[in-house]
Design a binder for this molecule. Structure first.
Ligand SMILES: Cc1ncc(COP(=O)(O)O)c(C=O)c1O
Length: 444
């Protein structure tokens, strides 16, 4: 524990530098783009009822194209694998496979989903794969590359492959931080040579790649910093091991360029206010942590690879984007069921649709499609679960709000649908549609 004076000094520094405020013009333009499609959304609500997940396949496909061309411009041998955990709706995976992406799965269940999509290029990563999961991967070895997480998993994969008398393609995951909780992923860089030696003793495994993953990157700094460390390690690796490496998987973690939108409680200064001032509700301000465009991620990562990796290993590059591809391809549609005060309404859906108390921390606009307005008005927009933490937001864009009004919470494709819970209310259904630019017409 730090001394109280040190803590106070740090707290003072945090309060002096609060997170940047979300530009109201940017927010307004974002909201207006959805209001311009209100008729289409209202038609979907009329036809299917609510609550609903709306899956916008046009945006999903556009994102896939943007991501692959951003990286493809700099890295001719580049393949993207959609991280299924970020949105495990089968139609999301199927659409992205149709766009030429592979799939990145992290469990037997996700692997089965990928196989049902007829995906021929699957990477299977993640810690603690069970024998049954490794057996499933071995049984589909023509389509699956296993990113091995530990020495123990290497042995168990060898046994699974031996039992099926087959050879499994593999890579090894490298931990990006040898201290703390991230140690649970992969092996330390210092153990790479020993791991490659051990893999040579496994006749049923063809180990030919490396993987790392860093999370929640607003810019490519964490990825490029690890590429520098990886280059240092490869420099000292015996040549035959280096030549065995034919791919490097640089993982996911690309934050969408809209930036991270936060409620006060999602910022360090907001958390301090809540902890110290015993306030239970903060002013309805919104904050935005800026994120770099994907072209900058691609350019800087490619530059780091050219400087530190390609001189040492002639390899192709794989990536595992999740959030970046699916975040703005899914929206939530709700109906106001009850109005308990001028500033408090209850909706039919609750935060079981997103799996956690997300909107106490993250900010997303609540748009009243039935009485649209570009002005945000204060009011508690709460779900119908039996918990006071069932919060969608502390305001809404609309000329008032009444029972029966249809609300849209846009841009909820990443780590919401796949975290949904069966808690009190039944799960909501998903409706696919194709958004179009300009005055919108929606197709089912
Ligand atoms: C190994 C791995 N790859 C890719 C991803 C996808 O990350 P993101 O959705 O931030 O791109 C994750 C997310 O946890 C992950 O653990």
């Amino acid at each position: 524990m730090k001394a109280p004076e040190q803590i106070l000094q740090k707290a003072a520094a945090v309060l002096r530098q609060p997170a940047p405020v979300l530009d109201p013009h940017e927010l307004r333009a974002y909201v207006l783009a959805f209001i311009s499609q209100a008729d289409g959304f209202l038609a979907l609500a009329g036809r299917y009822g609510s609550p609903l997940y709306l899956l916008d396949e046009t945006t999903l496909r556009r994102r896939a194209l943007e991501f692959t061309s951003a990286f493809g411009n700099f890295l001719p041998q580049f393949q993207a694998y959609f991280a299924v955990k970020s949105n495990n709706h089968p139609d999301v995976a199927a659409s992205l496979v149709n766009c030429g992406l592979g799939l990145d799965v992290s469990s037997g269940r996700e692997l089965e989903l990928a196989l049902r999509c007829d995906c021929r290029d699957i990477i299977f990563s993640g810690p603690g794969k069970t024998d049954a999961e490794l057996g499933l991967a071995a049984a589909h070895n023509a389509a699956v590359t296993v990113l091995i997480d530990s020495f123990g998993e290497l042995e168990r994969l060898e046994q699974a492959a031996r039992r099926q008398n087959c050879c499994v393609n593999g890579g090894v995951r490298l931990t990006t931080d040898e201290r703390g909780l991230w140690r649970k992923f992969g092996i330390p860089l210092a153990a790479l040579e020993k791991f490659m030696q051990a893999a040579r003793q496994c006749p049923h495994i063809n180990l030919h790649g490396l993987q790392f993953h860093t999370s929640w990157n607003l810019d490519p700094g964490p990825q490029t910093a690890f590429i520098v460390r990886l280059g240092e390690t490869l420099r000292h690796l015996p040549q035959p091991y280096r030549s065995a490496i034919t791919f490097v998987d640089i993982g996911g973690g690309y934050w969408p360029s809209r930036g991270e939108w936060l409620q006060p409680a999602g910022t360090a200064s907001g958390r301090l206010h809540l902890a110290v001032a015993a306030e239970n509700h903060l002013p309805a301000e919104h904050y935005r942590l800026a994120a770099k465009p994907i072209e900058i991620f691609a350019e800087e990562i490619a530059a780091a690879l050219s400087a530190h990796l390609f001189p040492l290993a002639s390899c192709s590059i794989k990536a595992e984007p999740g959030r970046w591809l699916c975040d703005d391809a899914m929206h939530l549609l709700l109906t106001v069921v009850d109005k308990k005060a001028d500033d408090l309404v209850i909706t039919d859906g609750g935060i079981h649709m997103v799996g956690w108390e997300r909107f106490e921390i993250d900010y997303a606009p609540v748009i009243n499609l039935s009485r649209p307005s570009a002005t945000e008005r204060p009011g508690f927009i709460l779900g119908s679960l039996c918990t006071p933490h069932d919060v969608w937001g502390y305001g809404y864009f609309g000329e008032g709000i009444e029972p029966g009004d249809i609300l849209l919470i846009p841009g909820q494709g990443a780590y919401t649908y796949s975290l949904r819970q069966e808690f009190i209310k039944p799960p909501a259904q998903t409706v696919k549609y194709a958004s179009q630019l300009g005055p919108t017409h929606l197709e089912i």
